[in-house]
Design a protein around this ligand. Structure first.
Ligand code: ZN
Length: 138
């Protein structure tokens, strides 16, 4: 665990819609918003189910396992709160939801489409955490 004084990553921007997602991440639980009526998952969190129109939601624990759908290696513009290059990744979770995140534990040249990954959590300022993904053996 990183000492609080070393954490530079900014805390997530909290909204009424995403608060439960970030509270779970803070507790090192990977939960995705689901519809309490039809059961389908969606991400990012939002008020209405795009499948059935329900306003009732659940937070569903998911495996955190998935595969790289796409990625980008970001060099500019640089913000002092991130380490560069930033490795932005789109992960298709095994549960069928696509998540925008970062990949850790891989050099930029080693990231591949379809690479299997597993979620873990990176500390942010103010005691929050964000889901990030690490490659795993297939
Ligand atoms: Zn629904």
């Amino acid at each position: 665990m990183t000492a609080a004084s070393e954490v530079r990553r900014p805390a997530p921007l909290l909204t009424e819609d995403n608060l439960a997602y970030w509270e779970a991440a803070r507790d090192r639980e990977f939960r995705i918003q689901g519809c309490a009526d039809c059961g389908k998952l969606r991400h990012p969190p939002r008020p209405m189910c795009p499948h059935c129109g329900s306003l009732r939601t659940d937070m569903v624990a998911v495996s955190g396992k998935g595969a790289v759908y796409s990625y980008a290696i970001l060099h500019h513009p640089q913000a002092p709160v991130f380490d560069y290059p930033v490795q932005a990744v789109l992960v298709d979770l095994d549960e069928g939801v696509r998540v925008l995140s970062n990949i850790v534990g891989a050099a930029p040249g080693d990231i591949r489409i379809g690479m299997p990954v597993q979620v873990e959590f990176a500390d942010t300022k103010d005691g929050w955490a964000v889901p990030v993904f690490r490659p795993v053996a297939s």
